[in-house]
Ligand binder design. Sequence first.
Ligand SMILES: NC(=O)c1ccc[n+]([C@@H]2O[C@H](COP(=O)([O-])OP(=O)(O)OC[C@H]3O[C@@H](n4cnc5c(N)ncnc54)[C@H](O)[C@@H]3O)[C@@H](O)[C@H]2O)c1
Length: 302
Amino acid sequence: MTQPINQVCVVGAGLMGTQIALQCAVFGKRVWLHDLREDALRGSLPAMSAILDNMTEDGYVSADERQRILDRIRHTTSVSEAASDADLVIEAVKEEVTIKRDVFQQLDKLCPQHTILGTNSSSIRISRLESATTRPDRVLNTHFVLPIWTHPFVELMRGDSTSDATMEAVRSFMSSIGILPVIVQKESMGFIFNRIWRAVKKEALKVVDQGIGTVEDVDRTWRIQMETPLGPFALMDSIGLDVVRDIELIYYEESGDPSDAPPKLLLDKIAGGELGVKTGRGFYTYPNPDWKSPDFLKQTSP
Ligand SMILES: NC(=O)c1ccc[n+]([C@@H]2O[C@H](COP(=O)([O-])OP(=O)(O)OC[C@H]3O[C@@H](n4cnc5c(N)ncnc54)[C@H](O)[C@@H]3O)[C@@H](O)[C@H]2O)c1
């Protein structure tokens, strides 16, 4: 038997943690949002406000609910405060195994016995984190995609020891916050969606790195052929190029295959401080990237 999930703790108030916390609060859950950095917690407020503007405009939430939603989210730099009454923790810190293992170890000590620990990792399987805890039956991967409220699915993946009760409790929780829970039937690095996205991203980077095509032409051809509004490079910019690099490094670390290493094109952008939308420059320049221009699909690179 597992307890119903009402109190959620989100660890990491970056791009993902902010949206996960908001999604839970929109559906009536009480949330602690924890980050080590005070400025990250502060930065999550305008980010939530901007998403709530869009949600209100779209009729997803009503204007008078807005304050009640925000009031359900408490912010803290103290992990012990955030963990103390959690039924479910969703960890969304940097994509590095050692950092995540430290966080899981700490949470295991601080959370009540019944608490389920989930990681939003893009590429680290729960089996690499579960041994940092004494509760491997109550840990799993809970992988969301951005923007959460307009892309409402989450991949749930168990490790060797995750119990059926844990899977069922989290599956039911995700449905209760308007998110479609997709079960990854076998442990797989990159789950379902990221395996496919990774193949596209890796080849898109190589095509440009090897001088075969331009960023813009890769995005154009992809968009026209797949009938989708976003190309691979525009999507990488919105994810954050540092996050993309970290994910590529995890694949590289696992395979040791040099073709899996992040290409120079990506490393050069990061070295130049060009991390995508969040720094105003990545493969495109923001807030008005070329790919949003109405003529973008009517031109080609020289
Ligand atoms: N960006 C995406 O589109 C995306 C999509 C799916 C999954 N993910 C995964 O979600 C996770 C977070 O990604 P993000 O894009 O939100 O990263 P981010 O860099 O925007 O945010 C990470 C936050 O974690 C905080 N943090 C770091 N160490 C911490 C610790 N020990 N305790 C508490 N807070 C800590 C940082 O201060 C930062 O605010 C990563 O594992 C990433 O792979 C990202």
